[in-house]
Design a binder for this molecule. Structure first.
Ligand code: GLN
Length: 465
């Protein structure tokens, strides 16, 4: 099999056995990017020379004790800080900004000897579901260039899907890892909120933001998670201790299927695909249970009040004084923000400012917080009688570039099945089924391992390596 197609846990074995060299691997991946990325537009910044040089250095230290990410070329979403590299968030306002420090996740990957190949394209400030609003232009789906790659971590998903990186990091606030992973046919994991440090992630909605891996399979996702997870004193929401995993064997597992995620008008192709997945699990698990999470219908509205509210506050720092773009004018603040932010970002800032304003706060923001509590409580109750919840990742398949970007409400609708787990801070794993359709496993806090082992069971059942 072609090197750029293999999961990296297998490449790691080949590197240790010296069947391939790190330079050979990095060279093959670079070649892929050079062939394909002009079309896909997954990378905003690409560092082939640095990567090859690092590969040459690492090569000298290969032995059978190297960590699993040693010499593995990976890509990083361009809203995660790397010292000395641009951090644009796909926005004009940060176009020339160079990060003075690295995110904790970057330091952790580097400690293992991972090679950072470049920074990936995204929706401006990670606000979107299609990766079309970046100053660098849209990301195209590697399987069909007329279609979107999903968003907002579209670049991170696309490059892993076409072989332009062995794995990547994305961020997921309301689905931005899971949706593009599905649209591009790869695995995406949104960890439990607080498990992975957000230090060095450009904030969108701080109470929802998470960083997680996009990979070719669940083993790689587990390795990436292990590398980046853990307490970080630089992030005040980073968790110090967490309960031991309650990992059960598959045959003791009870899977819940929530009726609200299968509305009558769901695209039948999606229903069929997910039903096939359910059929694969059914004979192997303890129980398949139909459940109800009635708050689901309010989750999207709640999310689209809370996320913009937090965004309006977080993005206040881009003021033409401290960071990035400055348009000198007798009204610098207004001018800089007007020219620096794109339409969707402005829409969110206006909406967020509105829902936080006096007189409307109780009516909108408070109610959204109540919705958030209801959604969380319903999940908690559900996890008294099931171990995991299985749903489609999205109510839509990859759509043509240029269509939904003109229709924000339709774009928001793509996130209907991903935002509930985000509001509740739960871990959720997206696995590809076919044609840009994916299924999602949602678990109780910290049960990533359970999700990954169920995901692995599925991969093996369908013969995926
Ligand atoms: N599409 C959602 C939004 O625009 C989620 C984005 C994300 O997870 N970063 O807010």
């Amino acid at each position: 099999m072609e090197l750029t197609r293999l999961p990296f846990y297998q490449l790691h074995k080949l590197i240790i056995k010296k069947e391939i060299s790190i330079s050979e691997l990095v060279g093959a991946v670079i070649k892929k990017v050079e062939e394909i990325d002009d079309t896909v537009n997954g990378y905003s910044f690409f560092y082939p020379e640095e990567a090859l040089e690092q590969a040459g250095q690492l090569e000298k230290n290969v032995d059978d004790k190297i960590p699993p990410l040693f010499g593995i070329p990976i890509a990083i979403k361009d809203n995660i800080a790397i010292e000395g590299k641009p951090l644009t968030c796909g926005s004009r306002i940060l176009k020339n900004f160079i990060s003075p420090y690295s995110a904790t996740v970057i330091n952790r990957l580097k400690e293992q000897g991972a090679i950072i190949l470049g920074k990936t394209n995204l929706d401006e400030f990670a606000m979107g579901s299609s990766s079309e609003t970046s100053i660098f232009g849209p990301v195209r789906n590697p399987f069909n260039e007329k279609l979107v790659a999903g968003g907002s971590s579209g670049g991170s998903a696309a490059v892993v899907a076409y072989g332009g990186a062995c794995a990547s990091l994305g961020s997921d606030t309301g689905g931005s890892i899971r949706l593009p992973a599905s649209f591009c046919g790869i695995v995406g994991l949104k960890p439990t909120y607080g498990l992975v440090s957000r230090y060095g992630l450009a904030a969108y909605a701080s109470s929802l933001d998470t960083i997680g891996p996009l990979t070719r399979n669940t083993i790689d996702a587990g390795i990436m998670l292990q590398a980046i997870a853990g307490f970080d004193p630089n992030d005040s929401t980073s968790l110090t201790a967490h309960p031991k995993t309650i990992l059960k064997s598959i045959k003791d597992c009870r899977i819940g299927i929530p009726e609200e995620y299968f509305p009558d008008d769901l695209n039948p192709e999606i229903t069929d695909a997910i039903n096939n997945v359910i059929e694969i699990f059914k004979p192997e698990i303890k129980e398949l249970k139909k459940i109800s999470l009635p708050g689901t219908g309010y989750a999207l509205a709640g999310y689209y009040l809370i996320a913009p509210a937090e965004a309006s506050s977080n993005l206040a720092r881009y003021d033409g004084v401290r960071y990035g773009l400055r348009i000198a004018d007798n009204n610098t603040y207004v001018k800089t923000r007007d020219e620096g932010f794109g339409t969707e970002v402005k829409r969110r800032i206006i909406l967020g400012t509105f829902v936080l304003s006096r007189g409307y706060y109780e009516q909108y923001y408070n109610v959204a917080q109540q919705v958030r509590n209801v959604v969380g409580d319903e999940f908690k109750k559900a996890f008294n009688c099931v171990d995991v919840i299985l749903t489609p990742v999205a109510p839509v398949k990859p759509f043509p570039i240029g269509t939904l970007v003109k229709d924000p409400l339709m774009m928001y609708h793509c996130d209907s099945f991903t935002v509930p787990a985000s509001l509740a801070g739960l871990p959720a794993l997206a696995l590809p089924v076919k044609d840009g359709i994916g299924f999602q496993l949602i678990g109780p806090w910290f049960q990533e391992e359970l999700l990954l082992s169920l995901g692995r069971f599925y991969e093996k059942s369908i013969g995926r390596i």
